[in-house]
Design a protein around this ligand. Structure first.
Ligand code: ZN
Length: 162
């Protein structure tokens, strides 16, 4: 069972490394990450959140299937931006509006080593962008205006100490 690391852990701020060989070990890791995501009641989980600096994330939004993205790259985004309330398994209990492109095109490799391209909108587009941020050491709270972020995190740390 994989443990999910929380805000304050340095690994959440590290850059990931590209996965050179999509082998059975990586496929198992992806499966274990999907399990950990379900356990945490989340809709997305990136490798740094389980302490690994690998370019990999998983997601499963309502009405879709579980998906694995290895070495993902955003290759297109819409001009249209939308605010949406985000949360993160690594910052439990904290939610805030983040403005992001409404649509994204992403290229990645799946758990079987097959490259694919996906055009996503709605919640899926949102999760993909949130998770790709994790692979760059970026957290959703980084996108929130400073004063509001300080307020959110103050209450988070207060709760975390209890
Ligand atoms: Zn997150």
């Amino acid at each position: 069972m994989l443990d999910i690391v929380t805000l304050g852990d340095e690994v959440l701020r590290e850059q990931v490394e590209e996965i050179k060989d999509v082998n059975g070990e990586i496929a198992d890791l992806a499966q274990n990450m999907i399990t950990a995501m379900y356990e945490g009641d989340g809709i997305g989980l990136a490798a740094p959140q389980v302490g690994l600096t690998k370019s990999l994330f998983v997601c499963h939004v309502n009405g879709d299937q579980p998906r694995v993205f290895i070495n993902p790259q955003i290759v297109g985004t819409s001009q249209e931006l939308l605010p949406y309330e985000e949360g993160c398994l690594s910052i439990p209990g904290v939610y805030g509006d983040v403005v992001r492109p409404a649509f994204v095109s992403v290229q990645a490799i799946n758990e079987n080593g097959r490259p694919f391209k996906l055009d996503a909108e709605g919640l899926l587009a949102r999760v993909i962008q949130h998770e790709i941020d994790h692979l760059k050491g970026v957290l959703f709270v980084d996108h929130i205006e400073e004063k509001q972020r300080d307020r959110l995190l103050k209450s988070y740390y207060k709760k975390a100490r209890k």
